[in-house]
Design a protein around this ligand. Structure first.
Ligand code: DAH
Length: 322
């Protein structure tokens, strides 16, 4: 290719041989000039065509050489694939379990009125139960929802029983340390019917944790307090780390701190005052409710030690869930 270009310059270039001949034309006998000029032009065109043809030959040869070196059976290069966030994976998995149990999925606003977030859930203004949740206020009567429980109120107000729903979503609290981030995820669940009891609650939640954490998971209900349920309970499962033994490899289990149990959710029978707030007759209906922290479940399920990893968006962490 280089040689060919050299030849082109030598013969056809601005200072090439042909240009030299052309420069001599004015010195010729005027009678000979037209013929000489014509011949020179013919030679120029012929040489140009030859060089052009040769150049095309060489280019084609180069192409086929490159083609011969190309292996069309090689696998393509995959662009890096995205994956679902572990929080999304756990939400989807939990929703699937409850959909299988006949619950529907509902959602609502993250900016919520004081009434839905607190008051209708049996937490009147100035009630000390509000101190359980460090709240981010947007204005005096508007908050970033501190839990997904307002979806109980929103759903009940829209429907008449029987109803069973779960509500996954983001919640916000003025809280930040190793085990708390100002934004995290909860799933609320609730069922209202003319005849539901604590036994239904126990059966439903036991079926749920066994699907999520394995059929051998032990379940324990501990009495507790929530303003919107009466009676209330907290649900513990046998520790996912040590299998409930409280120790592994001769050392006290870090996850359950040696107790053999880890807390996974809060629950209870819906308080009559909650029914009154949505206009249900508490004599006619009974229901249960529960709430769980998604990140906490994900940490237990995947053995993650630091809550903040969920929100640092380090690809090395996130890739492990794809
Ligand atoms: N809303 C509670 C919280 O964020 C969690 C909770 C507890 C929800 C008990 C419930 C329940 O529905 O029955 O701390």
């Amino acid at each position: 290719m280089r040689d060919l270009e050299d030849l082109r310059v030598e013969f056809l270039g601005r200072k090439g041989r042909l240009a030299g001949l052309m420069a001599e034309l004015p010195g010729l006998d005027p009678a000979d000039r037209p013929r000489a000029g014509q011949t020179a032009n013919q030679v120029k065109a012929a040489l140009g065509a030859l060089i052009e043809a040769r150049q095309q030959d060489l280019e084609r040869a180069g192409d086929s050489e490159r083609l011969a070196a190309f292996d069309p059976t090689l696998p393509g290069r995959r662009p890096p694939a995205g994956s679902l966030h572990p929080v999304t994976l756990v939400i989807d998995e939990i929703c699937d379990v409850f959909i299988g149990l006949g619950f529907e999925v509902v959602s609502g606003p993250e900016v919520e009125s004081d009434w839905y977030n607190f008051e209708a859930l049996n937490m009147p203004p100035e009630h000390p139960a509000r101190d359980m949740q460090d709240t981010l206020y947007v204005s005096e009567a508007v908050v970033l929802r501190t839990h997904t429980s307002p979806l109980q109120i929103r759903t009940m107000k829209e429907r008449t029983p029987p109803l069973a729903a779960i509500a996954p979503g983001k919640v916000y609290r003025r809280d930040s340390d190793l085990t708390h981030t100002p934004m995290f995820h909860q799933i609320e669940g609730f069922l209202v019917d003319s005849h539901s009891s604590m036994a239904d609650l126990r059966g439903t939640l036991t079926a749920f944790v066994r699907q999520l954490f394995g059929p051998d998971t032990e379940v324990r209900f501990r009495q507790s307090f929530f303003p919107f349920t009466e009676p209330s309970a907290e649900v513990d499962i046998s520790c996912v780390m040590c299998g409930g033994r409280g120790a592994s490899g001769g050392e006290t289990c870090r996850v359950c701190k040696g107790t053999g149990w880890v807390e996974v959710l809060g629950c209870g029978m819906i308080d009559p005052n909650v029914f009154r707030a949505v206009g249900y007759d508490p004599e006619k209906y009974a229901g249960f409710a529960f709430g769980l922290g998604v990140e906490r479940v994900a940490m237990l399920k995947y053995g993650i030690g630091d809550l903040r990893m969920f929100f640092e968006n380090d690809v090395r962490f996130l890739e492990q869930f794809s």
